[in-house]
Design a protein around this ligand. Sequence first.
Ligand SMILES: Cc1cc2nc3c(=O)[nH]c(=O)nc-3n(C[C@H](O)[C@H](O)[C@H](O)COP(=O)(O)OP(=O)(O)OC[C@H]3O[C@@H](n4cnc5c(N)ncnc54)[C@H](O)[C@@H]3O)c2cc1C
Length: 429
Amino acid sequence: MSGVYDCLVIGAGPGGLAAAATAAEAGLQVGLEDDNPAAGGQIWRRGNAAVSVSHSAEQWMERIRSAKVDVLCGWRATDAGTDALGTPFIRVEGLGGFRDLRYRKLILATGARELFLPFPGWTLPGIYGAGGLQAFAKSGFDVRGMRVVLAGTGPLLMAVTAHLHEAGAKIVAVVEQAPLSRLMSLGMHLAPSAPGKLMEGLRYRLRTMGTKYYFGHWVSEARGDGKLERLTITNGSESFAVEADLLGVGYHLVPNTELAQLLGCGLENGFVRVEETQETSCTSIYCIGEATGIGGVDKAQVEGRIAGFSAAGRIEKARSLFAARDKQLRFVERLAAAFALREELRGLAQENTLVCRCEDVPHGALRECHSWREAKLHTRCGMGPCQGRICGPATQFLYGWHAPAPRPPVFPASVGTIAAVDEAGVHHE
Ligand SMILES: Cc1cc2nc3c(=O)[nH]c(=O)nc-3n(C[C@H](O)[C@H](O)[C@H](O)COP(=O)(O)OP(=O)(O)OC[C@H]3O[C@@H](n4cnc5c(N)ncnc54)[C@H](O)[C@@H]3O)c2cc1C
């Protein structure tokens, strides 16, 4: 390695793996880094040895190895700058300190996280994000015999239900806020345009036959003495209670755009704006996968291949994939429409329901504020360890606020890493 990667990829999920392999096979010297202990991202997360990883994941890993991609796992990108020679770099922090990864082309494949909406009792032990609960189970958390409710919205609920069912959990109910009519309409669109995705959904449903699904319903309250014991489920006019040990709840996904914003990339409707080649508004910086639009694993991979070819200057190769990518983009729009959040969810939080759980700020203290900035100054909302990653999207939904562009470091970093920024003379655009 000359000390400067031809192409640096941040995020080793399906999108990042595809991008790194494609760019390296096209002749570039590629670095791929991720904050998880192993590559795979959200869907191909490796945990205990019993978790099998998909065939596609194994194929990308094999190509990454053959093409000699330099893989760094367990390092989180926290900052960006340029060195004294004007070469851009991403600063990553891991257990061993920090490193500056220099690059000529950058591909951002930072994925998405779950959207959490506050409701009374949502901070009780036993309540997780739906995808978070699945990740926890994949890492060895034993769910056998536990009574589990999955709630919120989006296709992730089906995948998590199937996984936890097969891991031995007793799925009490799946509570989807979208009405059945909208999901039927999504199914009818998918049948001719994306039959594979429809079949995938049906396969998940078949694997959990007998599980009770409630469409057009949501969890309005959680109760328990020190831990989750009981949930109230409602459709707005009728409510009923169920007993549960665990709740996995998530209201679809929000893109991880902080690093892109720090680098100055433009956004559109909350996602990173990209050209056909996946290049952002910043020259030589590309973005792919969930960060450009929530569309799942197939979209992430095709966008990754386009970005890999584009970064390598193989534009004709990239162009040959545009039609496949555009098909995935139509799926993004359909997903967003099918799982759009209902108005009633804005009214769940009570005066004393925590919205910012890092700094213990309740809804009652926030609803008088007029902006994210005012809330931050008056209540410390968003100033805890999550730095607004959880409460920011919730306040956007509840109060219509927009968080300002992130400032470095984009993730909490050690004082040593931050101090070294100054010594190195890091320059922010
Ligand atoms: C919790 C969760 C669970 C999911 N489970 C499923 C599932 O079971 N089935 C399914 O079909 N879809 C699932 N999804 C949807 C999933 O996002 C997509 O299907 C697919 O993984 C998207 O690929 P991607 O490459 O865009 O992003 P991801 O797979 O999310 O990969 C992005 C990677 O970038 C890393 N990263 C982000 N920021 C930084 C940083 N600053 N520094 C270093 N690394 C960084 C992340 O840790 C992650 O490993 C899940 C989503 C979430 C949030």
